[in-house]
Design a protein. Structure first.
Lengths: 114, 114
């Protein structure tokens, strides 16, 4: 158990809808990262928050947004969903934000857009 | 453009033999490299890492080798065990000021035959 909790585990929704994925980092971790894993793709970095502040953005679509709350949990909001958004979404946390802080991943949320 | 490449999608080895998983990268600014292991229905878990100032790091049955001039790293598992069967992701980190961004390869599926 990595200590990172992601909810829900599975989500099935229709095109055009909006969903929210939730992540609770390990106790004491200040950094939260979001990654997307599509079929036959590696883990694509979406966004990084550190102690409530956005630190880095990756290949995150404008239809997607995220935030990290004062209690350090994070939410990833996906709107105007398209079939191609179907993927595994992973949250990861780390103590710091530098290279010496390995990421600890949750078990992911599997999103299916029909 | 994939900056971290794991060109072999799968590898099958006999139990007790050596498993060698390869990874190539293109970005010369990467200065820290990590391997993650992923079982089905779970998130990736950190396995081993190496700094760009080293050429080898060993942790039990796992050794990572880095060849900076060739922009190549490899993970050696000796001896391989059936429990090592999983997807292995190579990842590279580029530290940019206050934070680092982790770039993942697509993963290699390792099967260890009893």
């Amino acid at each position: 158990d990595s200590g990172v909790t992601q909810t829900p585990k599975h989500l099935i929704t229709a095109t055009g809808q909006r969903v929210t994925l939730r992540c609770s980092p390990r106790s004491g971790d200040l950094s939260v990262y979001w990654y997307q894993q599509s079929l036959d793709q590696g883990l694509q970095f979406l966004i990084h928050y550190y102690n409530g502040e956005e630190r880095a953005k990756g290949n995150i679509l404008e239809r997607f947004s995220a935030q990290q709350f004062p209690d350090l949990h994070s939410e990833l909001n996906l709107s105007s969903l398209e079939l191609g958004d179907s993927a595994l979404y992973f949250c990861a946390s780390s103590v710091g934000s530098g290279k010496g802080s390995p990421l600890h991943f949750g078990n992911g949320t599997r999103l299916t857009v029909t | 453009d994939q900056q971290v490449k794991q060109n072999s999608p799968s590898l099958s080895v006999q139990e007790g033999r050596i498993s060698i998983l390869n990874c190539d990268y293109t970005n010369s600014m990467f200065d820290y490299f990590l391997w993650y292991k992923k079982y089905p229905a779970e998130g990736p878990t950190f396995l081993i890492s190496i700094s760009s100032i080293k050429d080898k790091n060993e942790d039990g049955r796992f050794t990572v080798f880095l060849n900076k001039s060739a922009k190549h790293l490899s993970l050696h598992i000796v001896p391989s065990q059936p429990g090592d069967s999983a997807v292995y992701f190579c990842a590279a980190s580029e530290f940019t000021g206050a934070n680092s961004k982790l770039t993942f390869g697509k993963g290699i599926t390792l099967s260890v035959r009893p």
